[in-house]
Design a protein around this ligand. Structure first.
Ligand code: DP6
Length: 358
């Protein structure tokens, strides 16, 4: 599939604005390792979140000098790092959206989760920009025949900005990468699951325990690259495919014991990969381990099927069904909050990006 389209150039260059909010997501089976142009080494599946959201407004006007000039404001303050990252992203997109070269952009973005929270914001940020660019195409060129075409392209574009961002284009539970058992899946974009997911997962909770909100020790790009020389990577990719297959069964059946096993295995394997790479990274903190031990003890003593997962950092995502919300959240308050920087974000599975009326 090639989205290059030389016809997407304005005859009359417009001034306008477009706004979208887009959520973060938490991977159940992790994307870690990639090849070529953002092609994942193995498929992944995530919950789309509901409260951890980036709101993005893109103002555009005719370019003053026939090349795309871009300002980026984060929380109203100019942000040179994000401006550069977004410019790089836009450069990759000029064959797909040639109109980019005709425009200057001022991008205003803010996160609804605390900036310091150490939550991956590239998924929400990049997916919001991707969908907003597709919206500009839709408004001025009228190229999309169906909603599915629109969202598929948005997911393709988001992937080029950040792999995990392609999963944030849809709500609920989203896969990315070719899955043998699901013939509609692709390495190029994320997909909604087209089977009936067990109702228990539709309102699952994710309480994010902020153990350390500092800058990431290793960027995702560097982290993915480490898989090229990791001695365990081959078996990891096989394991990820097996975990995907088993998770698909669990998502149908609602077998929460198996869900816990898969999700925790994925989180710990991700960190094991980082620990066994050259150079190696130890991204968990002592408090991360304390929380994991406490969660496992709580689960064993109460039978409540709460599990943990991790991104490439020290913060814990606690996943549990809605029916255990009160019990789990009071356990967090009484026994786990002390291991955090006094910060817990109670999020849950959400319905995906929404258009803003800027
Ligand atoms: C550990 O999507 O941030 O969160 O494609 O280089 O931008 P890039 O990587 P990114 O990697 C996410 C890694 C992860 C696992 C996951 O979300 O699947």
């Amino acid at each position: 599939m090639n989205y290059n389209n030389p016809n997407l150039v304005f005859k009359e260059i417009p001034t306008g604005k477009v706004g979208w909010c887009s959520p973060s997501n938490i991977a159940l089976v992790k994307y870690w390792g990639k090849t070529g142009i953002q092609i994942p080494a193995n498929p992944s599946i995530s919950f789309t979140l509901s409260k951890s959201i980036t709101e993005t407004i893109i103002n555009f006007s005719p370019s003053k000098n026939d090349r795309c000039n871009l300002d980026f404001y984060f929380d109203g303050i100019p942000n040179a790092k994000f401006a550069e990252k977004t410019s790089e992203f836009f450069k990759k997109l000029v064959d797909i959206f040639p109109f980019i070269k005709q425009l200057d952009f001022s991008i205003y973005t803010k996160n609804t989760f605390p900036h310091s929270a150490g939550i991956a914001s590239s998924a929400s940020g990049m997916s919001a920009i991707a969908i907003a660019l597709c919206d500009i195409e839709n408004q001025f060129f009228n190229t999309f025949h169906t909603e599915d075409e629109f969202y598929q392209k948005a997911s393709y574009i988001a992937r080029l900005g950040s792999g995990s961002a392609c999963r944030s284009i849809y709500g609920s539970i989203v896969s990315w990468g070719e899955i043998k058992e699901l013939d509609y899946t692709s390495n190029l974009w994320g997909s909604r699951l087209k089977f009936e997911v067990n109702p228990v997962f539709k309102d699952y909770h994710d309480s994010i325990l902020i153990v350390d909100s500092g800058e990431k020790k290793v960027s995702s790009t560097v982290g993915h690259g480490l898989m090229n020389n990791n001695p365990f990577s081959k078996s990891r990719f096989i394991q990820a495919n097996n975990n995907i297959k088993n998770l698909l069964d669990v998502l149908r059946s609602g077998d929460l014991e198996e869900f816990v096993t898969i999700v925790e295995n994925e989180a710990l394997t991700l960190h094991a990969m980082m620990m066994t790479s050259y150079p190696s990274f130890l991204l968990m903190k002592p408090n991360t381990i304390s929380i994991i031990e406490n969660i496992r003890e709580f689960r064993n003593s109460t039978g409540i099927p709460v599990s943990f997962t991790l991104d490439a950092g020290p913060n814990i995502h606690m996943l549990y069904p809605h029916s255990f919300k009160d019990k789990v959240q009071s356990f967090i308050e009484s026994s786990l909050k002390v291991f955090t920087q006094n910060e817990v974000i109670h999020d849950n599975v959400g319905s995906g990006p929404e258009k803003l009326q800027p």
